[in-house]
Design a binder for this molecule. Sequence first.
Ligand code: HEC
Ligand code: HEC
Ligand code: HEC
Ligand code: HEC
Ligand code: HEC
Ligand code: HEC
Ligand code: HEC
Ligand code: HEC
Ligand code: HEC
Ligand code: HEC
Length: 362
Amino acid sequence: MRTLKVGLVIVFCLAALTPAISTRVAALTTTLAQGKASQEKSGKAKDAGQSKQTPPAPASQFVGSESCAECHGAEATHYALTAHSKTRLGNGPVDQRGCEACHGPAKGHVDFYLQIQKLNEAGKEDEATTLMNDAAKAAAAKMLSFKEMAPAEASATCLKCHEGSQGRSEERFNFRRSEHFRHGLSCNDCHSSHEPKRTEFLLKATEPNMCYQCHADQKASFAKPFHHKVPEGGMKCSDCHNQHGSFTSKSLRNSAGGDSACVKCHADKQGPFIYEHAPVKVEGCQACHTPHGSTNAKLLTRNIVKFLCLECHSNTPGIPDTDGTGVGVGTPSFHDINNPRYANCTTCHFEIHGSNKDPFFR
Ligand code: HEC
Ligand code: HEC
Ligand code: HEC
Ligand code: HEC
Ligand code: HEC
Ligand code: HEC
Ligand code: HEC
Ligand code: HEC
Ligand code: HEC
Ligand code: HEC
């Protein structure tokens, strides 16, 4: 019943929003209200649930988007301003054009409501009500509604174009592998096809605020004194992550070694160098840096540089180098670790990411 009520509310809103067609919709609405009231009474109303994936419909069931504006003025007006209006023209298959690309074939829907409208206009309100009461016909006239679809199904509707032929489709090839998909998000959690508060990419809100709605921990990280300039708008979460899913862990943008998300902007840190510092290559930037934000300068994982280095360059005997990479050589004996001069190792080993001159990064 909730769906029906929502539908009614929408019809009323439409009537208010589009004065030009309000008389027609008002007539329809009255009929609908009568129809539903009597359906409710007789207990016959069933959720017309079309949430199952519909099999491919024959081309004859598609009528094009011309008629929709008459009854759905708000959606049609907004739609015309979005990138999707491109699909209205063109030679794509009928099921990939205009409104029907997302809402499915509309022949039955348009015929049904036009017929009721005609009956109303002809003063045959009883007949109109009877038609409305025909639960089977009403159900058959139902369009696909995203509000009633499971997230996976909603995404599949979008992916039929956005995983295949449209634009940068490769951006979304991994959507079904992503944590977002696995946790029940759909495209419509971040995008709105009709009512975006912002038109760029039809997003519901701007980054990073949209992401913060669900990622409060990351909001806290970026509030720390040293952070990438995400809150200031200098860069976006999506510079490092592919929110649509990727091949790497944590949905990081494409990389072979796990750090190309970083070297896109910090190419000088990647090398190749004649003398590589092993962890940069082997473990990646996260061996020493926290990516989001930190209370430590230079986003280091330790507040004093010495402690970071000594994690791997300890003279303590017996630390096994199990994987052959994790632990470096001990510091030379002339290094007096307790001497403040040696607290900041990078004053001497300043080419810490690798060097073309010196094997000890000086
Ligand atoms: C003659 C008027 C009329 C026309 C033309 C019309 N619709 Fe509708 N449509 C309605 C009404 C009335 C409802 C509300 C039904 C309800 O609440 O049960 C509706 C509901 C919908 C819904 C919500 C799902 C549903 O079926 O309840 C979608 C989506 C929709 N229409 C899309 C379209 C599209 C796309 C077109 C054009 C191809 C179109 N409509 C043409 C009157 C119309
Ligand atoms: C890109 C896919 C897409 C296209 C194209 C599209 N819609 Fe929608 N439509 C949606 C989504 C998603 C919603 C759910 C609300 C939202 O996200 O804005 C929706 C909601 C609606 C609703 C609200 C009723 C309901 O319960 O679903 C109506 C009516 C509607 N669309 C009509 C239209 C009409 C008319 C057109 C063409 C002018 C159209 N849509 C084109 C995706 C689309
Ligand atoms: C019929 C194929 C088709 C379907 C189905 C479809 N899209 Fe699109 N989409 C397109 C095309 C074509 C563009 C325009 C690409 C361009 O401008 O290069 C586009 C653009 C977009 C954009 C970028 C908008 C912009 O302003 O640049 C977003 C976001 C988007 N679609 C989301 C969705 C979502 C969410 C759905 C499902 C509710 C969906 N699309 C369904 C074909 C489709
Ligand atoms: C977690 C939120 C989120 C989800 C879920 C999501 N998107 Fe996006 N999408 C974004 C953001 C943010 C951008 C803008 C990225 C930028 O600014 O470069 C975007 C951009 C886009 C674009 C335009 C730029 C491009 O990559 O071509 C399209 C098209 C798009 N999304 C389609 C989809 C489709 C289809 C789905 C579902 C399969 C989806 N999105 C799911 C957040 C999301
Ligand atoms: C400078 C690049 C970069 C930016 C910008 C960035 N991230 Fe990350 N993010 C990473 C890296 C790298 C990891 C993996 C950390 C690890 O594996 O230890 C990560 C991990 C995550 C995780 C997994 C949990 C965690 O904290 O390890 C989430 C969720 C996340 N990021 C969300 C976001 C959000 C939301 C934004 C924007 C507000 C954002 N990220 C901006 C690089 C970035
Ligand atoms: C509607 C809620 C929601 C929104 C909005 C959202 N996320 Fe997520 N995100 C989740 C959930 C749920 C998970 C999986 C559980 C977790 O790791 O917290 C997740 C996981 C992630 C991860 C970790 C992925 C992995 O492979 O471990 C990253 C990175 C991420 N989101 C980035 C983003 C970015 C960037 C945005 C904004 C463009 C965003 N999210 C918007 C809900 C959301
Ligand atoms: C989109 C470009 C971009 C990407 C991707 C990027 N960074 Fe940065 N990074 C910057 C910019 C710009 C600055 C300097 C301005 C600032 O403070 O934000 C910076 C600063 C830094 C700093 C020095 C911070 C300080 O306090 O001086 C470190 C360390 C750093 N990035 C590490 C990383 C790591 C690790 C990654 C990958 C997880 C990464 N960056 C990805 C743009 C980027
Ligand atoms: C072995 C530890 C280690 C690894 C791994 C590492 N860094 Fe650093 N990085 C440091 C230290 C220590 C500093 C501080 C240097 C200083 O204070 O002079 C630093 C400073 C930086 C800075 C800011 C200062 C500058 O020179 O611009 C950036 C940017 C940076 N690192 C990026 C990266 C990137 C990108 C990666 C991965 C390709 C990476 N780092 C891997 C230890 C490391
Ligand atoms: C994650 C572990 C790790 C961290 C943290 C680390 N290193 Fe290394 N470092 C290594 C490994 C592994 C090697 C290769 C040593 C080898 O050949 O056994 C290396 C090599 C070196 C070398 C060259 C030694 C040689 O004989 O070739 C110097 C100098 C060095 N590191 C200094 C530092 C300094 C200074 C820091 C702190 C800013 C630091 N390292 C942080 C693992 C680390
Ligand atoms: C005053 C300058 C200076 C400071 C500060 C310094 N080092 Fe060194 N370090 C050197 C010199 C010079 C060498 C090269 C010795 C050689 O030529 O054999 C060296 C060599 C090394 C080596 C290579 C040892 C080997 O046998 O291959 C490591 C590892 C190292 N330092 C780690 C550190 C760490 C960790 C710190 C901080 C606690 C640090 N250094 C601080 C000057 C410095």
